[in-house]
Design a protein around this ligand. Structure first.
Ligand SMILES: Cc1cc2nc3c(=O)[nH]c(=O)nc-3n(C[C@H](O)[C@H](O)[C@H](O)COP(=O)(O)OP(=O)(O)OC[C@H]3O[C@@H](n4cnc5c(N)ncnc54)[C@H](O)[C@@H]3O)c2cc1C
Ligand SMILES: NC(=O)c1ccc[n+]([C@@H]2O[C@H](COP(=O)([O-])OP(=O)(O)OC[C@H]3O[C@@H](n4cnc5c(N)ncnc54)[C@H](O)[C@@H]3O)[C@@H](O)[C@H]2O)c1
Ligand code: SF4
Ligand code: FES
Length: 808
């Protein structure tokens, strides 16, 4: 097999790998380096996250198990620093060297940061990745006033997000009108009016010259001497191709890495794709052309004869609620163009179509973008419109309903991001028996990026299926692409038909992929365990990779070992054992974890069973969808403020619920007084001691989606705490989607509803009975690995291959 290395784990690069895998599954041994510490995610949706429409977990495109399933070695949080093009090797910032036969550079872009005094102060950021997005969300918690520099697509989407987060927002723009690359002055003025009505304040034609403040930003000064206050400054004034590695490695770079029509760089076997690549002097900054490039590169690299890349015409839309605009091609009239313009001020609609030599060369639409696909088709196909009148060009083909899609030609582009036509969608629906939007997206890619084409895809689905179309079923979220059934339907069928194994579920319920996938297999395994309590035999091989190994895989392929320390309490004897094991096995890192225990990092797979045996401590399940830790403060036993025994409660909780399978990880915290030293307010379940009892907080989250817990109930005794916790956890287990954190689950179910369920004594009793029956089945997995040779051979022998890390 040839060795293929890819630098950059972003949208264009990983799509190229998907295209390669479609052509050939076993031509390459693939290694990917990604600077960011995540699997491939949908960068486009960072705007939606900032605007509060989605969560970080929902924007992962290819989870870690996808890489594993496709035998891709992934190094996250690791940058390639140099390519030695003579010896065909890459070097990483962590000293790793990997050989290649072919290499793809897909390093994307960086935000352009204005080189003005103060640009390095705290509170100044670009808007490019999850880290930037997190920083903005955190700032909005603490500060009030944001300034966005740049009134382009990115700046306006950022500004809308910051408004949603409760900040006051100024948008500073250099030019006389907004989005001057996409809109003419009329459309830009309409946009500005709408955004002002939404609460944005615009400072137009302002040149920023200095960022004010000491350590952190306090304001921004302009060339005309005026100033504006700022606690946060977001620079969205364009991007610059990330060409550092290529430049350092002697590959020809202009604005981007220069490639020919087959995405080949100046050096043999070195290719570039995405925003880092410059093709015919153009560097693209939207996914549609980058995905086209990816397709062409995939055929080239697989040795398949294919079309060359000839460049792309792009169309853009702004992802801000209440704004409907579209722009493609040219936007300004000149002596060679004729324009058709409609400006209906009353309805807030503006349309301008630019025509040259009887073909459409530019489109600007504001307020009504229904005809954007038709006009984009005319533009890209250079359709001769000499036989048409201005009215027929501008006239909407209908009202946007399914009648309209019937009159669309098969080659009309429906999903601009992914280049999917109506014909391709209809064909997939008919030949593969698709009935839901999810399935169409899975099979054709339509809707997988910005998502704005989903309503039209849905209309095509309705029109193609005719009477067989079931609107409720079509929009429901199926468990995964292997089935049309939702989570609730699968569970109902399991119960009704008495299905008892994953295979049986898939066979009886007509899975379209007999092996299932990384999304449905662990989910069904969990649901079966939840339904059949102690009777179900767990299918270990269907679990996510870290759970299968009972250890977290680290980015370099080694593992971590975190033994249980109930309530964060340890002893001299346990500490000695840990120290001995760390010394004997040359453990490179011994570290206190955030959950009050000790982690041994960098352990070789084959050393795991031996270490576990010598430790002789239970698994801390630091890798599992289960109870992770119960963090406690010292409480009434030692602290003078403590009103309750937090350590004893924490230990009792951890001993009772350890190993329990839950839809996602669960963390608890117990503080003995409202000073809350164990941060119980940001745990899935947190307990705060008060005079005469405990407050129980639920659905807190201290991770990516920061959320304070809600007060569920106040109870008097430790027994009541355990009873309420049992009932709450069991209700979560029975009603949550697999991989849904308690914070998301509670928001979906509603706090009042959950309270109503749990306040009923009879219901609480039943939930606890089912919980207790389930708890009977668990044994310690490390103990099993020590004593069962078969398990040692299968999972921990040197030759078995595991990839990446499951970060969730
Ligand atoms: C907030 C936001 C909203 C957007 N909205 C839209 C939209 O609505 N529609 C649209 O079409 N486009 C949109 N875009 C643009 C789109 O996201 C990009 O065009 C696309 O992500 C580019 O893909 P890429 O693979 O070239 O680069 P990226 O997705 O940036 O991936 C490059 C990856 O390479 C990594 N990397 C860089 N150097 C190294 C190295 N030396 N070693 C290892 N890894 C490295 C980077 O960390 C990065 O993860 C948006 C962008 C942003 C930021
Ligand atoms: N909806 C979408 O399609 C979408 C959304 C977000 C980002 N993106 C992409 O992300 C990339 C980055 O977007 P962007 O908006 O930063 O880039 P951009 O180049 O499209 O726009 C930058 C804007 O900043 C203005 N500007 C430049 N210097 C300035 C200064 N000193 N002060 C004030 N304003 C200044 C420019 O006049 C321009 O309007 C682009 O490739 C864009 O296509 C697309
Ligand atoms: S939470 Fe209260 S009781 Fe516990 S350590 Fe802090 S101050 Fe002491
Ligand atoms: S148009 Fe963006 S996902 Fe379809």
């Amino acid at each position: 097999m040839k060795k293929l290395v890819m630098i950059g784990n972003g949208m264009a690069g990983v799509r190229t790998i998907e295209e390669i895998l479609k052509i050939s599954q076993n031509q390459f041994e693939i290694t990917i380096f990604g600077q960011e510490p995540y699997p491939n995610y949908n960068r486009i949706k960072l705007s939606n996250i900032l605007q509060g429409d989605t969560s970080f977990e929902d924007i992962i495109i290819n989870p870690i198990d996808w890489y594993k399933e496709n035998h891709i070695q992934l190094f996250t949080g690791e940058s390639v620093t140099h390519i030695d093009v003579d010896s065909k090797k890459v070097m990483s910032d962590q000293g790793r060297e990997v050989e290649y036969d072919d290499i793809i550079i897909a390093t994307g872009s960086n935000s352009f940061i204005l080189p003005i005094p103060g640009a390095d102060k705290k509170g100044v950021t670009g808007f490019r990745d999850i880290h930037d997005c997190e920083m903005m969300i955190k700032s909005a918690d603490e500060y009030k006033k944001a300034v966005v520099i740049g009134g382009g697509l990115l700046g306006l989407e950022a500004a809308r997000g910051l408004l949603n987060l409760g900040m006051k927002v100024d948008v500073v723009h250099l030019m006389p009108h907004l989005m001057e690359r996409q809109l003419d002055s009329t459309a830009a003025a309409m946009l500005k009016k709408e955004l002002e009505a939404q609460g944005m304040n615009f400072l137009m034609e302002k040149e920023s010259v200095e960022i004010l403040g000491d350590e952190r930003v306090t304001g921004l000064r302009f060339k005309d001497g005026s100033e504006t206050e700022a606690d946060l400054i977001v620079m969205s004034i364009g991007i610059r191709s990330n060409t550092d590695v290529a430049r350092r490695s002697g590959i020809y770079v202009n604005r981007g890495i220069v490639v020919n029509d087959f995405m080949e760089t100046s050096v043999p076997n070195v290719y570039a794709v995405g925003e880092c690549a410059e093709h015919r002097e153009i560097v693209y900054g939207l996914v549609a052309p980058l995905y086209e490039q990816g397709k062409i590169l995939a055929t080239r690299i697989c040795g398949v004869v294919g079309e060359p890349y000839k460049g792309s015409v792009t169309g853009t839309q702004l992802k801000v609620a209440g704004v409907d605009l579209y722009s493609a091609g040219e936007i300004f009239e000149d002596t060679t163009t004729k324009a058709i313009k409609v400006h209906n001020e009353f309805d807030g609609v503006y349309k301008k179509i630019l025509i040259r030599n009887n073909t459409v060369v530019g489109v600007v639409l504001y307020g009504d973008t229904k005809d954007s696909t038709k006009l984009f088709r005319m533009l890209t196909k250079k359709e001769d419109i000499s036989g048409m009148t201005s009215v027929s060009i501008l006239q909407s083909e209908g009202t946007g309903g399914s009648d309209d899609v019937s009159s669309m030609p098969a080659d009309e582009l429906i999903c601009g991001c992914n280049g999917v036509t109506k014909g391709a969608i209809v064909n997939a629906i008919q030949t593969q028996g698709l009935t839901t939007l999810d399935q169409v997206s899975h099979c054709t890619n339509a809707g997988r990026s910005c998502g704005r084409c989903k309503p039209v895809v849905s209309q095509i689905l309705a029109h193609t299926l005719g009477d067989k179309f079931d609107a409720a079923a079509a929009t429901k979220t199926s468990l995964c692409g292997c089935t049309t059934l939702s989570r609730d339907e699968v569970i109902a069928e399991i119960k009704e038909k008495g299905l008892t194994s994953i295979k049986e579920v898939m066979n009886v319920l007509g899975w379209n992929n007999e092996e299932g996938c990384t999304k449905c297999r662990p989910a069904i395994n969990y649901y079966l365990g939840m339904i059949y309590m102690d009777a179900y035999k767990d299918e270990r091989d269907s679990r996510l990779v870290n759970e299968k190994m009972h250890a977290n895989i680290q980015k370099d392929g080694t593992y971590s070992v975190v033994p249980r320390m109930y309530g964060g309490v340890t002893s001299a004897a346990d500490l000695k054992k840990i120290a001995d094991v760390a010394e004997k096995y040359n453990v490179p890192l011994v570290k206190l974890t955030g959950g009050q225990r000790i982690g041994l990092f960098g352990v070789k797979k084959e050393d795991l069973p031996g270490m576990w045996e010598e430790l002789d401590m239970p698994s801390g399940y630091a890798y599992g969808k289960t109870l992770r830790t119960v963090k406690t403060c010292v409480g009434a036993q030692f602290c003078r403020y403590g009103t309750q025994d937090s350590m004893a409660l924490g230990i009792a909780l951890e001993k009772k619920f350890e190993r329990l399978d839950t839809p996602h990880k669960v963390k608890m915290g117990v503080s003995a007084c409202p000073r809350n030293c164990s941060e119980a307010g940001i745990k899935d379940i947190g307990f705060v001691g008060i005079d005469g009892g405990w407050e129980i907080y639920v659905a807190g989250n201290g991770g990516v989606d920061l959320r304070p817990g809600d007060l569920l109930f106040t109870v008097k005794t430790e027994e009541e705490v355990l009873e309420m916790t049992g009932a709450y956890l069991q209700y979560y287990r029975e009603t949550a989607n697999y991989l849904e954190r308690t914070s998301k689950w509670l928001e979906r179910m509603g706090l009042d509803h959950v309270k109503e369920v749990l306040v009923n004594e009879e219901t609480r009793k039943e939930l606890n009975e089912r919980m207790n029956q389930t708890l009977k089945k668990y044994t310690d997995p490390w103990d099993e690995a020590i004593h069962i040779e078969e398990i040692q051979d299968k999972y921990y022998a040197k030759h078995t291959i595991m990839v990446g890390s499951d970060r969730k």
